[in-house]
Design a binder for this molecule. Sequence first.
Ligand code: G6P
Length: 573
Amino acid sequence: MCGIIGYIGKRKASELLLKALERLEYRGYDSIGIAVVGEGLEILKDRGEVSEVSKTLNFTTLEGNSGIGHTRWATHGAPTQENAHPLTDCNEKIAVVHNGIIENYSELRKELEDNGHKFKSETDTEVIAHLLENKNLPEVLDMLKGSYAIVAIKKDEPDKLLFARNRSPLIIGLGAGENFIASDIPAFLKETNKVVVLENGDYGYVKKESYEINNVEGSADRKVQEINWNSEAAEKEGYEYFALKEIHEIPRTTENTMKALEDLKPYAEEIRKYSRIMFTACGTSYHTALYGKYLFNSIGIRTEAVIGSEFSSVTIGKDDLVIAISQSGETADTLSAVEKAKQRGAKILSISNVLGSSLEREADFSIHTLAGPEIAVIATKTFSAQMLSLYLLYKMIKGEKPETGLEKMQRTVLKLDAEIKKIAEKIQKKENAYFIGRGIGYPLAMEGALKLKEISYMHAEGMPAGELKHGTLSLIEKGTPVIVPLLPEMYDKTISNMEEVKARGGLIIALSWEGDERVGDVASEVLRVPKTGNEEYPLLYILILQLLAYHVTVLRELSPDKPRNLAKCVTVE
Ligand code: G6P
């Protein structure tokens, strides 16, 4: 969702804010804006991405040592210059940036307009700026309904940034004689790794040498934490796109996870205690949930997986463990599912990649994936890290040792890049692609299709291989790409489904392993990974599927880091 940054200190605020916005763009890139207090309150903002907007607006002409910035993913109001944040009050003395949704904004706006306030945008956020004209921050917060992370700056009080958080993340970054406040740690990670993670209901201010946090109980004491992510992790390091860099980081993530294997043991014990496991997640994380469902059911653990926004339909109770998976730990649909599950007495285990996320705070137990910050909008290394965590838990519960050398095999798979690119060249002009798989190949087919469609805009569908003949087969024509992550499990049946496609002239691209002789008779293209076990293949195939989507996208001259209309972190339901 929207990205927020605030800076207060001795340095030129506009320069630091602009750099932070570049790092925050994965949260939204419909418009950007910066407000700085120097001689007065000055604002520059427009629709478009940082790289485009900064060509026409010279942000660094803004002089001053305190300011706020924003990258927007539009919810209320089209992505226009007027609706870009920061938004101001009637007198242009207060500037506000916001992430989230003010649910009662239309009532508040009407009341304010009746009292003579003049609005300049269609956003829900602008009400906050107008309310701050006559009220102090806690009074304003009392009137707001919904989710928000807010940072505001006032022309008449340039020595402080006001902030408030409710169900949208906000983190203070502590520097020497300067402080930051942002929606995500990577925004200021280059400047400081000392952070204070704010909690729901927290509000207060940040000055250059100090900060104050309050909540309903009065003054709140939040601990200062040191983040061990290095700042390079949030840079491209010579790769053309973050997406490519992050795919290439998968083996390292695997290596780090394997080193911390022991940390997972208590969770494996915990999972055994429940009569049923219910996974919940959204988007790519939901595909991890499906992978987990197959694994756990295969060892007799009754397991289901439900999309976060569909959770209200499930029966859940105190004997159930809900495993909520979310890269960001901030997805509103997943958090809302967790809230419902908790109300009904279920325990929550979270799997997330972001320290101190809302999901972690809601959960009874938390597993951290060790992927480091992921900047591209598409989830790549974090998906792989989530699957690996579930695979390792599954192996522990089963009482088996996990496959060693997975990271080495993943490095071997990365070497298929040139072959994958050639296949991408063959399919890049197609309008549709289908991904089919059986068993744990099915979640992978779903994820392969999602990756391809979300960044290349090629229509793609993933489905169980056996389901193709029940409808979708009518869409297969000569040359239609059908991608098949083949597995030892149900191999013959999957081959039969491939034959059905072949008979209609489909272009079959199979993912298989060294030594699988039969596949070459059916598939037009075969990408082979090192031979391993059924449950391990998804951890190798995923690299191929991600690279395929990546190459198709680049060939279509689109950005794999910033697909249109999407945001990395979706904090609205
Ligand atoms: C957004 C992102 C997806 C992601 C989904 C769930 O829609 O664009 O890439 O899979 O949210 O995100 P989460 O942080 O909960 O894993």
